[in-house]
Design a protein around this ligand. Sequence first.
Ligand code: UGA
Length: 440
Amino acid sequence: MASLKPILSHIDNIPSTPGKFKADKSSLYYLHHRFRLHSTVPRITFWSLVFLALISLFFFMSPPSTTAPRRGLRTTASYGGSGWENQVKASAKIRSRNGHSVLVTGAAGFVGAHASLALKRRGDGVVGLDNFNSYYDISLKKSRKSQLLDRAGVFVVDGDINDAVLLRKLFGIVHFTHVLHLAAQAGVRYAMVNPNSYIKSNVDGFVNLLEVAKSTNPQPAIVWASSSSVYGLNTKVPFSEKDRTDQPASLYAATKKAGEEIAHTYNHIYGLSITGLRFFTVYGPWGRPDMAYFFFTKDILKRRPISIFEGAQHTTVARDFTYIDDIVKGCLSALDTAKKSTGSGGKKKGEAQFRIINLGNTSPVSVNKLVSILEKLLKVKAKKKVVLMPRNGDVPFTHANISLARKELGYRPTTDLETGLKKFVKWYLDYYGTKKKSAF
Ligand SMILES: O=C(O)[C@H]1O[C@H](OP(=O)(O)OP(=O)(O)OC[C@H]2O[C@@H](n3ccc(=O)[nH]c3=O)[C@H](O)[C@@H]2O)[C@H](O)[C@@H](O)[C@@H]1O
């Protein structure tokens, strides 16, 4: 608590005969005398206002806590009431024949916003849920909501997947046919900074959601975001769903693998239909500022150096970068081909569908190539530092075998990295321009 002494001590030094002292108009002394605060009541009011001003200054100036991403602008979830319920019902309304009614968790996130928009545009009912946490710039999440979701009529509940009361309330208002579960603590490297955030969101949060879903009647079918990172240190490429996934390289990957095992138990015990999608480094407009393609763009434009990781013996590091529109098509196909859950009210009535499917681009590209594409698109030469990939949970390469996605979902990615980055850079320059504050 910042001491008030230095500020108030300024008052003591002021001479007692106001006439001799040309008070600086902004000083409290001047205000005190100017507004005739001699009598008691206004004086108490004056000093209480000063105290409140100082307190609020302290809170707005205090650094954000590094322990966990803070919830959005609300410290406690506030929901309920007929107006709120009507918004939820309206947003969940199905407007197309055989449409779905989908709860999208992480709806203000990168994939969540794009997927919610695509579902709404084709006539599905969509209700979003997001805790607007501060893992990255909250204003970007708010902009996805205001510029994409609000305009499309997608209501986004400001709430947390760990809030079972809220989830039960939502399932009580809407018989969701599907849940597209995209809320998670993402990011490979951040897991070394804030490990508990991954347990809270990717394990506790997922179990909480499954606990509520298994007890609803009828149960929804669930499609959720797993990750290519579960392949960890595998060397056999391309990665196939049948490959071992017991050597994760990061806590992030381990929590996503745990999610796959947990999903299997809820499928086996309660009859929940569950499809896990292993996303491969998703990028595109409205993306995540914590990802390399995004902050490389920012740093190149600001003429700041970027670190390009390389493996041992100077091997290149590569990713199977997958454009957001291709990922969204995969998500919607997974929802459309998801079989109904067999249980109701927590009781399984028959075997239920359980799937794990890669969603990648099947054409890995080196980070060096990513950077040279960005240099061409931005017309700025990057200041490159080549560094040995730190032991931070990163893996040297990813490469998706998508034959199962092709067979199960009719999935066919169509956007190569250069085309996709061109769309991303166009969005980036438009959204941030040169005047707006930086992305991160
Ligand atoms: O495929 C996935 O499932 C994962 O893809 C990304 O993780 P990652 O592939 O590591 O994406 P970035 O953090 O954007 O890194 C892209 C590439 O750039 C490299 N990199 C990253 C940072 C940096 O400073 N320099 C650098 O060369 C990384 O090693 C990686 O090869 C997302 O951040 C994860 O949330 C997601 O689950």
